[in-house]
Structures are given as C-alpha cells and as structure tokens.
Design a protein around this ligand. Structure first.
Ligand code: SF4
Length: 328
C-alpha cells in the first residue's frame, strides 16, 4: 500500500496492557518506527467515553501505559509519544468535524452497537460515545497522517475518518490527506478462559506479569476441551496454549509439541510449564526495562512532555489552516 510517511495510532488508558495488546498492536508500532514518522498517543479522552462514571484510574493509567510502551521497545527518539488531553486542539477540531458529520454515519458504526452490548453494565447512550469516531477522526487528521495501523475490527472507523476528511476537503479546502489503513495481521491470542483477551473479562496475561503470577495464569489456561485425561490425544491446532507456543517457543519445540500432543506424548501440565518458562525468558528484557522506568518516573514524564510539545506544534499549525478554511 502506498502511503506518505506519517503514521498515527492511539490506545485508551484503561489499565495494564496485556500480551494481546503487545502482539496485536505494539509489535507493529515498533516495526513501523523504522520506516515512518510515528505519532502514538494516550487516548485519555476516549477512555472517558466508557469510563466517565469512574475516572479514578485514567490519570494513573496514562503513565503506566507509557511505561509499558517504553518497556516493549517503543523508542521516544524515533516516535512521538503524547497524551491526547494535553493537546486541546483535538477538542476544537472535534467540534468542527461534528458539525459536518451526518448522524447516520455514526449510527451505522458496527463497533458502536457491539460495544454497547459488550459493556452492557455501563450506560453508553451518550452523545460522547456515539460521537467518539469523530474525535478519532480529529486525532488522525490533525497530524495529516497518511497511514493508520489497525486490526480488522477497526476498519470501519478509519473508513469513517476518510469520509469525514473528504467531506471537510470538499466543503472548505483541501487540507487533509485521506489516510490509508495499514492492516495488522496477527495471531489471535485468547485469554486464559478461551474468550477474547480483555481486561473486562479478567482473563488477561499482562505484559508486566512474571514469576508466580505468570506461572499460575499459564497453568490455568484452557486447552483442548476434548483432552480430559492425560492419555487422550490432543488437537494443538485448536489449543490456545499452542498458539502461545507458536509465538514464544523456537520452531523445533513448536513442531515437537504438536507431534507429541497429537499422540498424548506430552501432558498439558508439562506443556504449560514449558510455555511459562519461554514467556518469562522472552519477556525478561521487557521486565528489566519496565523496572528501570518504574525507578525513573521523571524520565517518563520528560518523554511525555517532549512528545506533547512536538505534537502541539503540528496541531497548532493544522488548526490555523482549519480556522482559516472554515473562516471562524
Ligand atoms: S499438550 Fe499443549 S498443545 Fe496439547 S492440548 Fe495440552 S496444552 Fe494444548
């Protein structure tokens, strides 16, 4: 796919990041740093759309999330890491884009309906929740991003951003490039209970998990449900533990476990023990970096302030153009 050089993506600070976030998004972010000018932001206003009733964790989670980002290898020399709510221009652009976005575009957003069902314990019948794709559009086009790395489930959002950007360009002036999607293809890591890995299901293995916590979680992972006894042959292709091995274990181990599982040559307890050892080994440098940043929160704050300053320069410039185009 042809894109220019600027990438933008964000994450909501709703708690610790898990291995699904790492392999589903962050690894891709790290790769993109090599060839693109990357802007990655803490989407704290977006966290408000669903957590407006209990905002206690959002502030602390912002810094925790950036520590997770840095520990997995996001490089603040290469990427601009910033906090959405520090750049007030996002709100201004959001207001302007709200004026030109037809309600029907938002109502047909599939994630809107899906999330309302998924988070049924929260009242999401709010203007902010319906309108969050407009805020997302403002986040993206503010930086004139050419590419947005997303998973398949977020494709409709980027499509909506493209439509909003086109509409702005048509109504006022050609200011915004139409961003392309950079589709992230990744293995589906399920939570320890076999459902989608999600903080709200309390089934996640977190990036920060280690030692006993990690071992206990891996030991509790659901496996092939047909493998009731040690002597039953298993089906690694449908086993979540095996999917994890494919990421964390060397190829020859993955092949061996696959063969042994099918003929009941290895038990699930053993298989899981090997997996938690592999995860611990792979994540060791991540945990070391995490410990470093936990000991040096002032460095993390400085990284965020630098990122905010860089992002702010671009946002101010864009808004000058926008105000001129809209004549307001
Ligand atoms: S041996 Fe491993 S791959 Fe096979 S079912 Fe058990 S946990 Fe899954």
């Amino acid at each position: 796919m042809e894109t220019g050089n600027r990438i933008l993506s964000g994450m909501r600070p709703t708690g610790k990041l898990h291995l699904g976030n790492l392999h589903g998004a962050l690894e891709n972010w790290i790769d993109l740093q090599r060839n693109y000018e990357c802007y990655y932001f803490v989407a704290d206003w977006h966290a408000l759309t669903s957590d407006y009733g209990d905002t206690g964790d959002i502030h602390g989670s912002r810094i925790d999330m950036v520590i997770d980002w840095l520990s997995v290898g996001l490089d603040p020399e290469k990427s601009t890491l910033f906090v959405q709510s520090s750049i007030k221009e996002h709100a201004e652009l959001f207001v302007i884009l709200s004026m030109i976005t037809p309600l029907a575009w938002l109502e047909r957003n599939p994630t809107y309906k899906e999330m309302k069902t998924e988070l049924s314990e929260k009242d999401l019948s709010t203007f902010g929740f319906l309108g969050y794709p407009v805020l997302q559009a403002a986040d993206i086009i503010m930086y004139k991003a050419n590419g947005v790395p997303v998973g398949v489930d977020q494709l409709p959002h980027v499509e909506l951003t493209r439509e909003i950007a086109r509409r702005f360009n048509f109504l006022y002036r050609e200011i915004f490039p139409i961003p392309e999607t950079l589709l992230t293809d990744f293995p589906k890591l399920l939570g320890i209970d076999g459902r989608k890995m999600s903080k709200s299901y309390e089934n996640s293995i977190y990036i920060s998990d280690r030692g006993d916590v990690l071992e206990k979680k891996v030991a509790a992972m659901f496996t092939d449900p047909q493998r009731m006894r040690r002597n039953d042959p298993g089906r690694p292709e449908i086993c979540n533990v095996y999917t994890f091995h494919q990421i964390y274990s060397p190829g020859e181990d993955v092949d061996r476990i696959g063969v042994e599982c099918r003929k009941a040559g290895i038990g699930c307890t053993d298989c899981k023990r090997q997996l938690s050892a592999r995860i611990a080994e792979t994540m060791k440098p991540v945990h070391d970096r995490r410990d470093y940043y936990l000991r040096h929160p002032e460095e993390v704050r400085a990284i965020i302030e630098n990122g905010n300053a860089r992002a702010s320069r671009i946002a101010r410039q864009t808004m000058e153009e926008v105000r001129e185009a809209v004549r307001i």
